[in-house]
Design a protein around this ligand. Structure first.
Ligand code: HEC
Ligand code: HEC
Ligand code: HEC
Length: 500
């Protein structure tokens, strides 16, 4: 028999003599995988299936073991133009779920599935069986997984401190058997813990203390090296493309503030999955500085004529009456402003999106406004934002008439003067009051909206973010906000004088 697997997520058995197909068995989630693609995004499982490492065979029982990625993607084909003929289209992951993995044991002769293990991280590393009946596998979160090969019972799980993306071998010296694994580095299938690169050797019995050999990072003369370009290309460019414009994963061009090494450090240390954990670990402070530098000069081209403005976002400023200043403090807090964002007409493709978190960074996953303020075809708001806050993913949600109504405020209701910078009070106030520039609201209508709109009310019950922390709330309570807004109207809704 000959057994083959691959990105289709299936395992095929062939008769080696006649080449006749014998079996064709799914080993990860499959959906729409047999349908033709067209020019619109189509959701297909598997997204990736089996990667480049080997499967394992157990001659004792005649079984084969296959590790898979279990994560769906969107695909579309494109007319061939010369630029995209290699892949013939585009693909983007399905960020509604995090990547998982699956290990399947099959009878090598019939293809019958013997057992399956669903893992909360992709299984990319090679698998290996032992004569004593064990199966070893590893995942991108850096866990060595040990099973009873026959029953599939998980026996042990060990943290190795870095993604397992590569080979796993077993060998013996004298009477002791060892297991060696390549650990660390980032994998193109994400959600891993990158960790420093090393080979970890473990002893199978407790009789001799296993020796663990950690290779130091390649030094400055090595190829991983001090050259910022090489570092960017091997670590970031792999996933985000050599110019940062996106490849397997989205463009990073919306994040020019990351040219600041402090902000890059903070971002890499706190960015949620599926972006892998690269720092601290694979990268050290020095690397982060080199990458930030390369981002500044070559990716964002900060301040150059064809480059981006990499300045940090502006702060809210206003004058005006006591009531107005309170109102302004709510309107410009991140919970409101993240949805009332401005478009930069000179860069509408990279500059029109919601923002996230108190840092007001560009919404991750490459989410954009779309024609109806509800997102592009492959990132509609309601695919992730449901009818209520989702404490698992951290995606907020609100409902009206049984439907999620979590959408961007239309561009004409933007409260930023330019992307990222809140409108100063003397500009925001008259805009808010004027039905021609506020979407047709009267002052009374605005008051009602502030009181009863579900999105406004959400700002005071914003739930947990994607890292499991409570979001902050506007500086005054909702009750107080509505009372102050009413009082401001009664006093003739005065605006602050023009600021300079
Ligand atoms: C989930 C995104 C979202 C959030 C969060 C959000 N808004 Fe809005 N907002 C919208 C949308 C969408 C509209 C357009 C509603 C319509 O046309 O009926 C809107 C319209 C408005 C309007 C009327 C138009 C205008 O610009 O004057 C006001 C006032 C408003 N929002 C206030 C707030 C306040 C105050 C907060 C925070 C406490 C807030 N919003 C938070 C999405 C949001
Ligand atoms: C293994 C692949 C991988 C590597 C390596 C990687 N990233 Fe990412 N990155 C992702 C994924 C997946 C996301 C998640 C999608 C998202 O959040 O937008 C992401 C998100 C991002 C975003 C937010 C993009 C957006 O949607 O607006 C930025 C910025 C970013 N990465 C920067 C970097 C930098 C800088 C490096 C190198 C230090 C790097 N990434 C290395 C996979 C990777
Ligand atoms: C792929 C899933 C996904 C899609 C699609 C998506 N979002 Fe989100 N969104 C999230 C997650 C997850 C968070 C939580 C991030 C956090 O707070 O750490 C979030 C957070 C936000 C926030 C930030 C809330 C705050 O104040 O911090 C806003 C605003 C938002 N999304 C708007 C939108 C809009 C508008 C759309 C459609 C144009 C959209 N999102 C599409 C997943 C998604």
């Amino acid at each position: 028999m000959l057994a083959v697997t691959g990105k289709s997520g299936r395992v095929y058995g062939y008769d080696r003599t006649t080449q006749a197909p014998v079996f064709d068995v799914p080993a990860t989630t499959l959906a729409h995988d047999q349908e033709p693609l067209d020019f619109y995004w189509k959701w297909v499982c598997p997204g990736t299936g089996a990667q480049y490492n080997g499967t394992a065979y157990d001659p004792r029982t005649g079984s084969i073991f296959v590790g898979m990625v279990d994560w769906c993607r969107y695909f579309k084909s494109a007319p061939l133009t010369g630029d995209n003929d290699y892949s013939g289209g585009s693909t983007t992951p399905d960020y509604r779920s995090l990547p998982e993995g699956r290990i399947t044991a099959l009878n090598a002769t019939s293809g019958q599935t013997l057992w399956r293990f669903q893992n909360d991280a992709p299984v990319i590393a090679g698998l290996i069986t032992t004569k004593s009946g064990l199966l070893f596998a590893g995942d991108v979160k850096g866990r060595l997984l040990v099973f009873d090969a026959t029953s599939g019972a998980p026996l042990q799980r060990q943290e190795l401190g870095g993604a397992m993306n590569n080979g796993l071998i077993s060998y013996s010296v004298g009477d002791e058997q060892y297991l060696a694994a390549a650990v660390g580095g980032s994998s193109i299938i994400t959600d891993g813990v990158a960790g420093p690169l090393r080979v970890t050797v473990l002893g199978l019995t407790q009789s001799k203390k296993p020796e663990t050999t950690t290779f130091p990072r390649l030094n400055d003369e090595g190829n991983f090296a001090s050259a910022p370009k090489a570092l960017f290309l091997t670590v970031c460019g792999n996933c985000h493309g050599p110019s940062g414009t996106g490849q397997l994963y989205p463009s990073i061009l919306r994040h020019p503030h990351l040219a600041d090494p402090k902000l890059l450090e903070k971002f890499l240390a706190s960015v949620p999955a599926p972006m892998p954990k690269l720092y601290p670990g694979l990268l050290n402070k020095h690397d982060v500085r080199l990458i930030a530098n390369y981002l500044r000069t070559d990716i964002f081209k900060c301040g150059q004529s064809d480059g981006q403005n990499c300045k940090s976002y502006g702060r809210p400023v206003t004058g005006g009456t006591e009531e107005w200043r309170r109102i302004y403090s709510v309107l410009t807090n991140p919970r409101c402003l993240n949805c009332h964002t401005a478009t930069d007409p000179t860069h509408p493709d990279t500059n029109d999106y919601p923002r996230q978190t108190d840092d007001r960074r560009a919404h991750l996953f490459g989410i954009s406004r779309g024609e109806d303020n509800k997102g592009l075809l492959n990132g509609r708001c309601d695919t992730c934002h449901g009818k209520s806050n989702n404490p698992q993913t951290g995606a907020p949600g609100v409902e009206e008439d049984g439907q999620s109504v979590w959408f961007l405020a239309p561009s004409n209701m933007a409260w930023e003067i330019s992307p990222g910078t809140p409108m100063p009070g003397d500009i925001l106030c008259p805009k808010l009051k004027n039905p021609e520039t506020n979407g047709g609201f009267t002052l009374k209508g605005l008051l009602k909206h502030m009181d009863t709109d579900v999105r406004v009310n959400w700002a005071w019950a914003p739930g947990l973010n994607s890292r499991g922390f409570e979001r902050t709330q506007p500086p005054i309570s909702h009750d107080k906000f509505v009372r102050v807004f009413g009082r401001w109207i009664e006093k003739g809704a005065p605006c602050p004088k023009v600021l300079d």
